[in-house]
Design a protein around this ligand. Structure first.
Ligand SMILES: *Cc1c(COP(=O)(O)O)cnc(C)c1O
Length: 433
């Protein structure tokens, strides 16, 4: 399968090139040239398949031409070592719990898949070690580090701003050891990002070691997110709730929802999508006005959605051939203030006993307000509420139970190397490893 750039100014890439490069040379995002519909037989029988079986069929449609079947199957089965249950919250509203992976957030799926696919390409080429550089303001670092943990042939360097990530976030990438090195940068997130960018541009460094990124726009992180939309449908079909299905996605960079839109293109019977935003509502405004006006991001309590210029908007445009009309026909929008998010977490907890995280709360509320007669809604619960402990406890006025997986991280010992924000010292460090 060939991958084209959304900017159309770069040569087409193979899967391997697209995965290793991440971003096309014209700064566009890679898109698969064809999106293959799955046969009706698959949908007829989907409720009798396991998550892994479903995911393999979907993965085969994207990657089957480029990765041998046995390898791809192993990658899929190994990636999905945890369940993604659709849990009933109230009549006709279900929560797709994407927080049962190692770091309790949906980015685990893409992170784990990409690590394993990259590992395969490295082994195939008989290449020397590949080094992944990732700058993080918190959550991306943990999903990438845990996704790549123990994958042979890859070493990960996580750069994070000293004193600017929460303790639990820090523990999730500084306690791992093995092939993960955490670098505590004396600076801001922007300084970390600048170090990574400079490293990719430095010829001497690139001659010394093979560098790659694990950015969220990478096709190997993005496409696997389609898997769980199919599994959500299967679970609802099993309980007779899959007709007129509405899927609601708390959205920031729009990678997650775009993977769902790919699913619909493959024939997945979803009636429509809702993209739910926090106060960063550029997409919501686009739906209303047909104008796309990116702006600086605003800090909210659903901070993983604080994105002022969603990168995957380019993929949405490509999918619908730049037609605002076609986009607005399949996707509607919603936007919520911090106050409304708080209110939603509290009310849902009081009424149903279900504890939402601030991101999932945006999804739940958009369904509560937007479902029409005869529709069933499922929202993506993108992280466990305990990941936002202080916020959530402050809202409900009760202690939140911390899952064992998160507690285990808290018990680990932090191991990190101090690093100056000055590129020369970062480079000197890498030249010695
Ligand atoms: C990353 C993230 C989002 C936003 O997902 P996008 O793919 O960027 O739209 C939502 N919720 C949580 C918890 C996240 O970590």
């Amino acid at each position: 399968m060939k991958y084209y750039s959304t900017n159309h100014q770069a040569p087409e890439a193979s899967l391997q090139e697209a995965v290793v490069k991440g971003l096309a040379s014209d700064k566009g995002l890679y898109m698969p040239e064809v999106i293959k519909p799955l046969p009706s037989l698959f949908y007829d029988n989907i409720e009798n398949l396991s998550f892994q079986e479903i995911a393999y069929q979907v993965a085969d449609a994207f990657f089957g031409e480029d990765v041998p079947a046995d390898v791809l199957k192993e990658i899929v089965y190994d990636t999905l070592s945890f369940d993604v249950p659709a849990v009933k919250v109230k009549e006709n509203i279900y929560s797709l719990e994407l927080f049962h992976g190692p770091t309790l957030a949906f980015k685990d799926v893409g992170g784990r898949f990409m690590a394993r696919l990259l590992g395969y390409f490295i082994r195939k080429e008989g290449q020397k070690q590949v080094n992944v550089l990732v700058a993080t303001s918190g959550d991306t670092g943990s999903a990438v580090a845990n996704g790549f943990l123990g994958v042979e042939g890859i070493h990960v360097y996580v750069l994070y701003p000293k004193g600017k990530v929460s303790e639990i976030q820090e523990k999730q990438f500084t306690t791992l050891g093995q092939n993960i090195t955490a670098l505590e940068v004396d600076g801001t997130f922007d300084d970390c990002q600048a170090l990574v960018k400079n490293a990719f541009m430095d010829a001497e460094l690139n001659a010394h070691m093979k560098l790659t990124s694990a950015n969220s726009i990478n096709v190997a992180r993005f496409l696997p997110q389609a898997f769980y939309y199919f599994y959500a449908y299967a679970q609802l079909k099993k309980v007779g709730k899959a007709d007129n299905l509405v899927v609601c996605v708390p959205s920031g960079n729009f990678g997650n929802i775009t993977a769902g839109l790919f699913g619909k293109r493959m024939g997945l019977p979803v009636k429509r999508f809702i993209a739910s935003n926090n106060a960063n509502d550029i997409f919501y405004q686009y739906l209303q006005t047909a104008q796309y006006n990116p702006c600086p991001s605003k800090a909210t309590i659903a901070n993983a959605m604080d994105v002022g210029d969603p990168s995957n908007f380019a993929r949405v445009l490509a999918l619908y051939e730049n037609s605002h009309k076609a986009i607005a026909k399949e996707i509607s929008g919603a936007t919520y203030t911090d106050e409304q998010i708080r209110e939603t977490v509290k009310k849902a907890y009081q009424e149903t006993g279900y504890l939402l995280d601030p991101h999932g709360a945006c999804g739940y509320r958009a369904l509560e307000e937007g479902l029409q007669d005869g529709e069933v809604g499922v929202f993506l619960e993108t992280a466990h509420p305990a990941k936002f402990l202080e916020t959530v406890e402050g809202i409900i006025g009760e202690q939140v139970e911390i899952p064992a997986k998160l507690q285990a991280f808290m018990k680990g010992t932090k191991q990190s190397l101090p690093m100056s924000k000055d590129f020369a010292s970062f480079k000197a460090y890498l030249m010695k490893v």
